[in-house]
Ligand binder design. Structure first.
Ligand SMILES: NC(=O)c1ccc[n+]([C@@H]2O[C@H](COP(=O)([O-])OP(=O)(O)OC[C@H]3O[C@@H](n4cnc5c(N)ncnc54)[C@H](OP(=O)(O)O)[C@@H]3O)[C@@H](O)[C@H]2O)c1
Length: 240
């Protein structure tokens, strides 16, 4: 599949994995809507993308605000007139025992990791169904299927993301929209410093390796469809 000139929207583009995916998609000739809260980081990324010869439109927005998903999709259509690929990458993780987790921790985690991608998907369907390469990529986590101590609320939110992705994939398959989830273990970004400061940094997955998977999933549009990819650190337990 040649993706030159196709339009992708990436949430959390101001951070490690999102920035890496943005650079990769731009390298594949795609035009991008990049979003996050950090305007400075988005500005730097926008310049990098434009240098590589594709267009980048940045939107500074807090995705935990209920109206943000609708606004992001609306602005994407206003600027580019279409949407081909949606990457739900923005994520929020806190390290707290269940006992210490309060209602604000719960609300923020669910808002960013589950509610926002849910409504991003919902709002994008009418536009994606017009595309010949319609794809939704939801960046989940190993805690979308396992559970780690002191990550109860993060784990709950990623299980929610996995749960609705399974239903979404079934509902939109007849519309020609493919849904993939990518579930990494520790990736070398700011987030892992919060969630797993105990890990050996030399063994962490590089954000570019997540971009490699995204590139493969987008280019590989054969009859074989990959629903989910689990990817783990090189020193973690195989098949865990
Ligand atoms: N790093 C890991 O070990 C790991 C492992 C498994 C899964 N993941 C998942 O990978 C994804 C990317 O994380 P990362 O590792 O690249 O972490 P990161 O560097 O901390 O990036 C997180 C991104 O999410 C955005 N974000 C967070 N809260 C937001 C909000 N309220 N509104 C808008 N944007 C918000 C941040 O943007 P601003 O700062 O600009 O707001 C940033 O761009 C997440 O979904 C995460 O759960 C990461």
């Amino acid at each position: 599949m040649d993706l030159t000139g196709k339009i992708a929207l990436i949430t959390g583009a101001s951070g490690g994995i999102g920035t890496s995916i943005a650079n990769r998609l731009s390298g594949m000739g795609m035009h991008l809507v990049i979003t996050g809260r950090n305007a400075e980081k988005l500005e730097i990324l926008k310049k990098e993308i434009e240098k590589s010869g594709t267009k980048a439109h940045m939107i500074v927005a807090d995705i935990s605000v209920p109206d943000t998903p609708k606004q992001l999709i609306r602005e994407t259509i206003q600027i580019f007139g279409k949407l081909d690929v949606l990457v739900n990458n923005a994520g929020y993780a806190i390290l707290k025992s269940l006992e210490k987790t309060d209602v604000d921790d719960w609300d923020q985690s669910i808002a960013v990791n589950a509610r926002a991608p849910f409504f991003m998907c919902k709002e994008s369907i009418p536009y994606l169904q017009e595309s010949s390469c319609a794809t939704i990529l939801n960046i989940s986590s190993v805690v979308g299927r396992l559970g780690y101590v002191n990550q109860a609320v993060y784990t709950a939110s990623k299980h929610a993301l996995m749960g609705f992705s399974k239903v979404l994939a079934k509902e939109v398959q007849p519309l020609g929209i493919r849904v993939h989830t990518i579930a990494p273990g520790g990736v070398a970004t700011d987030m892992v410093k919060t969630t797993r400061s105990d890990l050996d940094v030399t063994q962490l997955i590089h954000p570019k390796e997540i971009a490699d998977i995204v590139e493969f999933l987008l280019k590989h549009r054969g009859n074989g469809i990959i629903d989910n990819i689990n990817i783990r650190r090189s020193n973690s337990t195989p098949f865990a």
